[in-house]
Design a protein around this ligand. Structure first.
Ligand SMILES: Cc1cc2nc3c(=O)[nH]c(=O)nc-3n(C[C@H](O)[C@H](O)[C@H](O)COP(=O)(O)O)c2cc1C
Length: 275
């Protein structure tokens, strides 16, 4: 298969022509820039060893102090996927995908090891270790995602796993000190419902040189609003208002977090004191 053209993929990523990487281009970059979330899957099972390769890619990510404070639960059982789909706000793609991965911030393993050695594990009670485990899980999951996409598979992350953390923990039989950070649907994309590359903010908004500048981003954001307006129209997406309005509405009130505003309390019940 030919490596997709850099100019085309960079144009898709920003919705306009920006820069041309000339000779700095390879298949890895093409895989990264081709990412799009997939929410429609064929029923085809994954090829043997796909899951193991994805996990090997995940384990190849950097991990804070080599503590490896993450784990993943692979769910293929239709009944368990159905339960998780409902807990995540009834997301149909969780039912449809052949493989659903739940990525865990895992302080249970370290806690268990400390207990076995008869040592205290006070550090695990601190917010720092929760953040560490969440970062570890995210880096691992993203490596697995890229591995899957390089094999022609589609994926979509599922933050809806955090809507009801305790029920998710029950469904997966998680002991204390484990938290489902997000899910990931994996499967072969349904070619009848292709997903488009979604443009991102111009680099002028996210790339700062030497020091950060908030107000200088305004022009870039105005430009992005226009690009996204065209994207929503081309994809026949019914989005009220522009990207800024859509994004700001997600944080206007605590209730807009759809239950996740109680996350701290939920985490404390799951064995993360967050000191
Ligand atoms: C942590 C995280 C949680 C997400 N949760 C969901 C979700 O619950 N349902 C869903 O359909 N998409 C979810 N997404 C996908 C985002 O909506 C998507 O990545 C974003 O709109 C950008 O589109 P793209 O991935 O196609 O480029 C999530 C993405 C991330 C990174």
């Amino acid at each position: 298969m030919n490596t997709p053209n850099a100019t085309d993929l960079i144009r898709d990523r920003y919705g306009v022509d920006t820069f041309n990487p000339d000779s700095l281009w390879n298949e890895t970059l093409a895989t990264l820039l081709s990412h799009r979330s997939v929410r429609a899957y064929l029923p085809n099972p994954l090829l043997p060893q796909t899951l193991e390769l994805m996990v090997a890619a995940a384990q190849s990510a950097a991990t804070s102090s080599n503590l490896q404070t993450w784990s993943v639960v692979a769910v293929e059982d239709p009944a368990r996927k159905e339960t998780l789909a409902q807990l995540a706000g009834n997301q149909a793609h969780i039912r449809q995908c052949p493989l659903f991965l739940v990525w865990l911030a895992d302080l249970a393993r370290l806690h268990h090891l400390a207990m076995q050695r008869g040592l205290p594990a006070q550090g695990l009670d601190y917010l720092e270790m929760f953040v560490t485990a969440t970062i570890d899980a995210a880096l691992a999951a993203q490596n697995a995602t890229i591995a899957a996409e390089s094999l022609g598979l589609g994926t979509v992350y599922i933050g809806g796993m955090r809507n009801h953390p305790q029920s998710v923990a029950e469904a997966l039989k998680l002991p204390p000190h484990l938290f489902a950070v997000f899910g990931l649907c994996v499967g072969y994309p349904d070619p009848a419902k292709p997903a488009a590359v979604k443009p991102r903010l111009p680099q002028a908004a996210v790339l700062h040189r030497e020091t950060y500048n908030l107000t200088q981003q305004e022009e870039a954001i105005a430009q992005y609003n226009e690009i996204m307006q065209k994207f929503y129209e081309s994809q026949q997406m019914n989005v009220a208002g522009d990207w800024v309005e859509h994004s700001v509405k997600r944080v206007t009130t605590a209730q807009a977090l759809s239950g996740r505003e109680r996350l701290k309390e939920m985490l404390q019940k799951l064995g993360f004191p967050l000191l």
